[in-house]
Design a protein around this ligand. Structure first.
Ligand code: F6R
Length: 614
């Protein structure tokens, strides 16, 4: 959730830390803060509420001096978005400085204990117990690394922490306990970096080490030493990561969301590249981590995820059934992990997570592994936790997604799930040569079809102009379009704050119909597939109650303009791949509605890109 950046080296830390934070702001934007230490131990702290720009404009031209610094963008969990609650937090004496991503579950009892011992708390955060705990350990003569280790052993919950201390001005200590989001250490020339996410390192280094759960690191300008929280010393060799696409801007677009919607043909093409071969037809998934015997032994698939990734999982379930011939189900990762799922070595759990850091999804993966299931991540982020927990990974290759509302990774996840279903189907003898060839030929047309769907932008804007003042929306779809209806509703509520619900259209008569009146626009995904006639019935039923229908229709459909007030056309596509086409105008609809309503499209209120707390 929160973004973390640290620097130690020969240059001024503040501009480097602030620049790194600007690339992580999508992780949280309630408040931001930095702390900088100079060589003589003078510490300067600067924090502000709201977006990072508030802090940067306040510091402009007067950066706090010093070559060691840490910074944080916050997504509030404990305590409101106030300056006092913004990170970094310090101990009573102002010697130990901490930034934190995660939740300290036992913070109340620790706070009581520390206050009793004389600690002065200045914020309402759970985080503040950490600098006080470390300070207490320092009084018995430990150094910062040892004191941090001892302090973190008292903490229950999730924590990625970055710590510095006035008396050790050339040292940073970082640690990661219990799935608190990533910590990556970047190696420069005579300088070192710490970050929660790779984009913060772009332009500085490609040589990195990712911390695992339970790892600690002591970082100075010349290198890093690794250990476990238990004290065991570790050897970690830096790996080289591809950061080429990481330094990203909005280009000609006003918002990242618009840019990322427009990038979708390329994102899907990149996901296919190297994985799908069309002649002769074949799928290559070298990172899958399942051999032919394991694939042959599978009896079922469970596809899990959260939010948009769960909606992609719902489409994936259909692929697993229809292309791989495997019984399949979906679940919210947050429910799956607690419902004592009945799975075993013949179950394949697919964890869809673009960030690879969503805590519920990671914990669900651990749970699946504990129960002996095969676990594969469907992920957009190399090096992320999800890619390291599972037996293997199928990557979507969409490049970094910056807008908080996911768009291109929805299409990327669905594409990756389709490839995987074809792969499993072929290996299991379910998708024979000719059918595999057809399934892949269909896929080959996809980037072009998505490009065609993008041409509905003007029509979508016109619809948005007619409806942007509505306060409620209903989205209906059937079959593979049901998850798209869910995603259309999710996108709209996220970026425009309009109340929107997605339903399986068959469900409409069982309750939602009571809501329909002249003030309730209903988006009906009524493309020409097996469900078309049934969708026409739904549309008639909405019209009979004076509802306004916005139909998503197949190009050339002449019936729907007679039935619906608004029609947005998409190109005809193979039924199973149609969700990747119909999702596009719904994303654009949400975007235009939000823009017309003056919303903060790339950073909607209360949301964060990577949800690393429960
Ligand atoms: C919606 C959105 C969220 C994420 C969800 C899961 O636009 O961005 O609903 O889809 O938080 O994130 P990942 O895929 O990173 O696990």
């Amino acid at each position: 959730m929160c973004g973390i950046v640290g620097y130690v080296g020969g240059r001024e830390a503040a501009p480097i830390v602030l620049e790194g934070l600007s690339r992580l702001e999508y992780r949280g934007y309630d408040s931001a803060g930095i702390a900088v230490l100079d060589a003589s131990g003078i510490l300067t702290l600067a924090r502000d509420v709201g977006k990072l720009s508030n802090l940067t404009s306040r510091l402009e031209g007067a950066y706090p001096p010093g070559c060691t610094g840490i910074g944080h963008t916050r997504w509030a969990t404990h305590g409101g978005a106030t300056e006092l609650n913004a990170h970094p937090h310090v101990d009573t004496a102002g010697d130990v400085v901490v930034i934190h991503n995660g939740i300290v579950e036992n913070h109340r009892e620790l706070r009581d204990e520390l206050v009793f011992a004389g600690a002065v708390f200045r914020s309402e955060t759970d985080t503040e117990v950490i600098p006080h705990l470390i300070a207490r350990e320092l009084t018995i003569g430990l150094n910062l690394e040892e004191a941090t280790r001892a302090a973190l052993q008292r903490i229950q919950g999730a924590a990625a922490v970055l710590v510095m201390r006035r008396q050790e001005p050339d040292v940073l200590v970082a640690a990661r306990i219990a799935n608190a989001g990533g910590v990556v250490i970047g190696y420069g020339e005579g300088e070192m970096f710490v970050a929660s996410d790779l984009p913060a390192l772009a332009g500085h280094t490609r040589s990195v080490v990712f911390l695992d759960d339970g790892d600690m690191v002591r970082v100075t300008a010349t290198g890093a030493t690794y250990s476990r929280l238990s004290g065991e010393v570790l050897t970690r060799e830096p790996q080289t990561v591809d950061l080429e696409n990481t330094a990203i801007g909005k280009g000609v677009y006003e918002h990242y969301m618009a840019k990322e919607i427009a990038e979708q043909p390329e994102a899907v093409l990149d996901t296919l590249r190297g994985a799908a071969q069309f002649d002769p037809p074949a799928v290559f998934l070298p990172g899958l981590g399942l051999d032919d015997d394991a694939i042959a032994s599978l009896s079922r698939v469970v596809v899990i995820g959260m939010g948009t990734s769960l909606n992609a999982a719902q489409v994936g379930r259909i692929y697993m059934e229809q292309l791989a011939g495997l019984p399949a189900e979906t679940d919210n990762a947050s429910e799956f992990r607690y419902r004592r799922p009945i799975i075993d070595g013949t179950s394949l759990v697919l964890a869809v997570a673009q960030s690879g850091e969503t805590v519920d999804t990671l914990e669900a993966m651990h749970e699946a592994k504990r129960r002996g299931a095969r676990v594969v991540a469907i992920c957009n982020t190399p090096g992320s936790q999800a890619t390291r927990i599972g037996d293997g990974t199928v990557f979507l290759r969409c490049g970094p997604e910056v807008a908080v509302a996911s768009t291109k990774t929805f299409l990327g996840s669905i594409t990756a799930l389709y490839l995987l279903a074809c792969y499993l189907g072929e290996k299991r003898g379910f998708l024979t040569g000719r059918r595999l060839g057809q399934a892949l030929d269909d896929l080959a047309r996809l980037p072009q079809l998505i490009g065609e769907a993008l041409k509905s932008d003007a029509a979508t804007l016109a619809v948005a102009e007619r409806h942007y003042q509505s306060e409620h929306f209903l989205f209906l779809g059937r079959g593979p379009q049901f998850p798209v209806a869910m995603e259309g509703a999710l996108k709209l509520k996220e970026v425009s704050y309009i109340h929107a619900e997605g339903y399986a259209a068959g469900e409409m008569k069982h309750g939602p119909i009571a809501l329909i009146d002249a003030a309730m626009p209903v988006v009906a995904i009524a493309v020409k597939d097996d469900h078309y006639t049934k969708m026409l019935n739904n549309i008639d039923q909405v019209r009979a109650r004076e509802g306004k229908v916005i139909a998503i229709a197949t190009a050339g459909d002449t019936l729907l303009p007679e039935k619906a007030q608004d029609v947005i056309y998409v190109p005809e596509a193979p039924t199973l791949l149609q969700p990747l086409v119909t999702a596009v105008p719904l994303q654009m609809l949400a975007y235009h509605m939000a823009r017309l309503r003056g919303c903060d499209i790339d950073q909607p209120r209360n949301l964060a890109k990577t949800v690393t707390v429960e």
